[in-house]
Design a binder for this molecule. Structure first.
Ligand code: AMP
Length: 282
């Protein structure tokens, strides 16, 4: 496995590979890797000749400076994990490399940045758009892999790639969970022992809501019951729970048979903010 830190060295390596006709799969991450990240890596290894992972904690997508400061870091372990998983190339740039000089560019995503994550994390998606555009421009992969856990993030990236005719295929991979149902996340390691024991309630709430909707209960009723479920849990504070159209992420109040749905939420356990979702493919 080869590790690159500068844009120039990364590009020069990739330029050498292109004439060989190798397909390249990109797996962008912020490090503190877990089995969720490795599942994206595996998907890329199945589809592509070479897999390139990136590790970069992108400051412009953090609306909360404390969250950025305390974001889990374990670079040496990450590199070992990638090596063991058979990753071919890794790009680990410094912040100064990616945001050299004055950065004034902002990407707007219309309504998509005002709902759910966008509503509670102002500026987050502009930062996500910016870093993903930069990474795609630096690495020009054939396919880029993202996780369904960050469903809204995938939608804004899809929009950007389509609107800007970026020559890359995007793939969305399922959420990998712990045995007790908790969606794997780098932020899980910030949970206290007590919070960790409580955290599976998040997926339980989503699963209950899904079950109720599939049994024909209406959306406002299920939403109310889900909010009531969290209100009982004094150590988990629900930020939002939304039933949305899986493709458009527009909020839905009435069930229709043909429409695929996503049930999305964000919540806090102490200072740790977690997101999760489940999908109902009708
Ligand atoms: P992050 O390092 O949290 O920015 O995540 C990097 C990529 O891994 C994103 O595309 C995430 O959606 C994806 N990812 C994070 N957690 C999971 C998970 N539990 N299962 C599958 N993919 C995930």
């Amino acid at each position: 496995m080869e590790v690159y830190h500068t844009i120039e060295a990364m590009r020069s390596k990739l330029k050498g590979l292109r004439p060989l006709g190798k397909t390249i799969g990109l797996v962008p991450t912020m490090g503190a890797l877990h089995a969720g990240h490795l599942s994206l890596l595996k998907a890329s290894q199945q589809d592509c000749d070479l897999t390139l992972a990136t590790i970069f904690v992108n400051p412009t997508q953090f609306n909360n400076p404390e969250d950025l400061k305390t974001y889990p870091k374990q670079l040496e372990t990450d590199i070992k994990m990638l090596e063991k998983a058979g990753c071919d190339l890794v790009f680990i740039p410094e912040v100064e490399e990616i945001y050299a000089g004055e950065s004034i560019l902002e990407i707007k995503f219309g309504e998509l940045e005002h709902i759910m994550e966008g509503k509670y994390r102002p500026g987050h998606f502009s930062g996500v758009g910016l870093i993903v555009a930069k990474l795609l421009n630096i690495t020009s992969p054939d396919i880029a892999y993202f996780g369904q856990k960050d469903l809204q993030q995938f939608n804004i990236i899809k929009q950007m790639v389509n609107e800007l005719f970026m020559p890359v295929k995007l793939k969305l991979m399922p959420i990998i969970r712990e045995e007790d149902g908790l969606a794997m996340s780098s932020r899980n390691r910030k949970l206290s022992e007590k919070q960790r024991l409580l955290a599976p309630k998040i997926y339980q709430a989503l699963s209950n809501a899904k079950r109720m909707l599939m049994a024909g209960k209406d959306i406002p009723d299920v939403t109310e019951k889900t909010k009531a479920y969290f209100a009982e849990l004094s150590d988990i504070r629900l930020e939002y729970f939304e039933v949305v159209n899986l493709e458009t992420l527009k909020s839905i109040n009435m069930l229709s048979q043909a429409e695929p749905l996503a049930l999305c939420l964000a919540c806090y356990l102490g200072d740790v903010r977690l997101i999760d979702n489940v999908v109902i493919e009708q």
